[in-house]
Design a protein around this ligand. Structure first.
Ligand SMILES: Cc1cc2nc3c(=O)[nH]c(=O)nc-3n(C[C@H](O)[C@H](O)[C@H](O)COP(=O)(O)OP(=O)(O)OC[C@H]3O[C@@H](n4cnc5c(N)ncnc54)[C@H](O)[C@@H]3O)c2cc1C
Ligand code: SF4
Length: 508
């Protein structure tokens, strides 16, 4: 059952379940699916609304207004501002993401276990592999088929082959993709198996109750353990409050509000403070894009939003992928004003856009701002900036190799448009400053890290808070590091593993 605040009619509502889960994204929905199917009574609290596919519109603005956190304006502050993109709706960020699927790379998993062998209790590569196999099957994971690639994706293959660079169609969680390039606005035909389409309905079919527009304010405590969650109900946006919800948890409270909003809930509740690490060690994969202009039409609006990628330089902390954007968003990167801008817009159908994301070394912090908003401090290190510089050069080279007649590197201090790699030579002379780039980040980690000793982490390897039995963090807040690959499957897989541990415990 999915319950909206209108149904609850401005009242204070009381409910009780075995497990209360905060957040319905990759982590929360997966845990709900595992726990509800195992026969536990589950309540999910989701801050955002449930938006049916039929109500999703092609323009970017309406999607941002309805299902993006802060309308897309949540930022990390450092020497440069960096938008931190997240969803706020049933399905969380999975409802607006590029459908790219990866598992946790072996070297990353190995690194975690080497640094803290005690994590093996849950971070068990063999069991995680089985879980990911199962999820692949349930979520229709497979490479983007040639008939929905479109030119933006196909051309990356052309450029990569010309340069001898490894690249391939992306493995995606989509069944019957129509190649409408609208993944970031929300899939209008419900083909992407995001959590609002897959695991939330599955959990509901097994009895889970989902409260939408329910902002978890704090975790309640009794006799030294978590006893439930108090939430405020709103009419579409936080601030338009219209009721309250108190849910008592017989067994556990699972926090899956994302690596930005989980630490805020912990801080509001006075939890996880023993290690001093709540909201610290924030990590991300900042990314920036380069545009190429081709003689032949590219038509970014036809094809999978993100359909081709290269992990060729993964060891150098970079990953390259295609990223189609509609003109109203892509236009901000066109280097022109007035009549020249109109001419640039007229040739938008000939533009391809590819991006590089960096497994950044930088660490930041998340604290509470006004109105429950996050204040994120984050600054790329000089080494991270050098990786970005190299990534931009490689994107330019790939675009030229694919036949671009002109490349728009989008780097302050470089010509806005170049026709040869030689014109990019000054990049090496520019300072290693994050202000050179237009970066965004949509993959976040590490703000309530897990560890096998209380001084080293906020939670134990099972996700349970060291200082509050019965309260668990199950999203990428617990990840000891970033991954270098798109994280939704990693997050869902670990959440599954943590949830099944709870089931085992419940069974005695
Ligand atoms: C534009 C975009 C594109 C992306 N593309 C990809 C991709 O192609 N592949 C990939 O692997 N990853 C991608 N990601 C990242 C991926 O979607 C996220 O890493 C993943 O969904 C995070 O899972 P999560 O459960 O931690 O958080 P989320 O999925 O963000 O879910 C958290 C949920 O908690 C809710 N919440 C927060 N605070 C509260 C509160 N106090 N009370 C109640 N509810 C609350 C939020 O509203 C949200 O619904 C993308 C992300 C974005 C934004
Ligand atoms: S490309 Fe279109 S049909 Fe395919 S998953 Fe994305 S939004 Fe859905």
């Amino acid at each position: 059952m999915i319950r909206s605040p209108e149904e609850l009619d401005g009242r204070t509502v009381d409910d009780i379940a075995d497990v209360v889960i905060v957040g319905s994204g990759a982590a929360g929905a997966t845990a709900a699916r595992v726990l509800a199917e195992a026969g536990l009574e589950v309540v999910v609290l989701e801050e955002g609304p449930a938006v049916p596919a039929a109500e999703l519109r092609p323009d970017f603005h309406s999607g941002q207004a309805r299902v993006w956190r802060d309308g897309g304006a949540q930022v990390a502050r450092g020497r440069a501002l960096m938008p931190l993109l997240q969803g706020v709706c049933v399905g969380g960020s999975t409802a607006i993401n590029g459908a790219i699927i990866h598992r946790i790379p072996e070297t990353i998993l190995g690194g975690w276990l080497k640094a803290d062998p005690g994590l093996a209790v849950t971070v068990d590569p063999e069991r995680l592999g089985e879980i990911w196999d199962r999820m692949d099957e349930e979520l229709g994971v497979g490479p983007a088929p040639p008939d929905v690639l479109g030119e933006n994706n196909r051309l990356l293959g052309v450029g990569a082959r010309a340069l001898g660079v490894d690249a391939a169609p992306i493995r995606r969680n989509v069944i019957g993709c129509e190649g409408s390039a609208r993944c970031l606005q929300g899939c209008p035909t419900a083909r992407r198996q995001s959590m609002n389409i897959s695991y939330i309905p599955r959990a509901v079919a097994h009895g889970a109750r989902v409260y939408t527009c329910a902002w978890a304010q704090r975790v309640t405590l009794g006799r030294g353990r978590a006893t439930g969650v108090v939430a405020r109900l709103h009419r579409g946006h936080r601030g338009q409050w219209c009721g309250r919800l108190r849910v008592r948890a017989r067994r556990a409270v699972l926090i899956a509000a994302s690596a930005v909003h989980t630490p805020l809930l912990l801080l509001r509740s006075g939890l996880g403070r023993t290690s001093g690490l709540v909201g610290r060690r924030f990590q991300a994969h900042p990314g920036t894009a380069v545009l190429g202009v081709f003689d032949d039409p590219v038509r970014m609006w036809a094809g999978a939003t993100q359909g081709y990628e290269s992990l060729h330089w993964w060891d150098e902390r970079m990953k390259i992928e295609t990223l189609a954007l509609p003109p109203e968003l892509g236009a901000v990167r066109l280097p022109a004003l007035g009549a020249p801008l109109i001419r640039r817009l007229a040739e938008y159908g000939h533009v391809a856009q590819w991006a590089v994301q960096v497994r950044a070394l930088a660490m930041g912090s998340v604290v509470h701002g006004l109105g429950g908003r996050a204040v994120v401090r984050y600054d790329l290190t000089p080494a991270d900036v050098r990786v970005l510089k190299l990534g931009v050069l490689r994107l330019c080279e790939l675009l030229f190799a694919a036949g671009a007649r002109e490349v728009l590197p989008g780097v302050h201090g470089l010509p806005p448009s170049v026709r040869s790699m030689d014109e990019l030579a000054p990049l090496g002379e520019l300072p290693d400053s994050p202000q050179l780039f237009h970066c965004i980040a949509s993959h976040m980690f590490g703000t309530a890290v897990m560890a096998s000793a209380p001084k080293m982490g906020v939670t134990s390897p099972t996700g349970e808070l060291w200082d509050c039995p019965g309260a668990y963090v199950i999203d990428s807040s617990v990840f000891p590091s970033n991954l270098g690959v798109n994280p939704q499957h990693a997050i869902a897989g670990l959440a599954w593993r943590l949830a099944e541990r709870l089931v085992e415990e419940a069974a005695g």
